[in-house]
Design a protein around this ligand. Structure first.
Ligand code: MG
Length: 253
């Protein structure tokens, strides 16, 4: 009986591996075809409605140590890192939303379980110390909201990635900057990489090399059908895109 159960388990694992498909991550939420602002709560809602595997968003720390969601260094002309959260409320997105705090954003995302929350910690313009402080704040808010199983971190700053790992052995952290080898990423005990797609195109063995070390692979920001197909053929784990609807159509063919 035990042997049968074991065989069944092995069969399931084998098939799951065989049919493992590339997963969709909406870049800054699903905003482009839904015509809502990038990194708004509305863009997260659309990514969830569309059934994306994950929804990515960008994070900075304000002058008064509040984590907020925004891509550029400024929010409609207001310098995010130089101002307090209250001061940033002077402007709004076109859809009427204020700049979301990470707390609000995560709380919204935690109302469901289907779409992971891909938390990009931006590198601070104020220097390394501030970036490291942002890492501490990021881990603290995820812990406070008990969001560990729903959040994966990504960052361009290598030292920030190392800090995430140093402070939390289990958190999922992927490196963005494209300049570390599979062996270096493995030695740093990161979860994997999220590299610009041209890096994988220039080195067609790279995805295989990361996979051989059991590291996850993700590519940004892939908006053209031909580039999506190249990466899907390479069996990349995730594709980050402004066109989640197009990628879904391709994957369902
Ligand atoms: Mg980003």
């Amino acid at each position: 009986m035990k042997r049968q159960v074991l065989l069944l388990a092995m069969t399931i694992v084998f098939h799951a591996g065989l049919f493992a498909q590339t997963s969709i991550i909406a870049h800054r939420g699903a905003w482009k075809n839904t015509k809502v602002p990038q990194n708004s709560i509305a863009s997260l809602d659309h990514a969830i409605e569309e059934g994306c595997w994950g929804s990515e968003f960008d994070v900075y720390l304000t002058k008064d140590d509040i984590l907020v969601v925004n891509h550029d260094r400024d929010f409609h002309g207001l310098e995010v890192e130089d101002l307090t959260y209250q001061e940033l409320l002077a402007k709004k997105h076109d859809n009427g939303e204020s700049i979301p705090t990470v707390e609000e954003y995560l709380k919204r995302g935690l109302q469901q379980k289907g779409t992971k929350l891909i938390f990009e910690l931006k590198t601070s313009k104020l220097g390394k110390e501030r970036t490291m402080k942002s890492v501490e704040h990021s881990l603290a808010i995820v812990k406070k909201l008990k969001a560990e199983s729903m959040v994966e971190f990504i960052a361009f700053d290598w030292d920030a990635c190392l800090k995430f790992r140093e402070l939390n052995k289990k958190t999922k952290i992927h490196y963005l900057n494209g300049d570390k080898s599979p062996a270096e990423v493995k030695a740093a005990k990161l979860t994997g990489v999220d590299y610009h797609y041209t890096i994988f195109q220039k080195n067609p063995n790279l995805i295989k090399e990361f996979k051989a070390l059991k590291l996850k692979t993700n590519a940004w920001t892939v908006n053209k059908e031909e580039d999506m197909k190249f990466l899907i053929d390479q069996k990349i784990d995730f594709i980050t895109t402004d066109e989640p609807e197009l990628l879904k159509t391709i994957l369902n063919k």
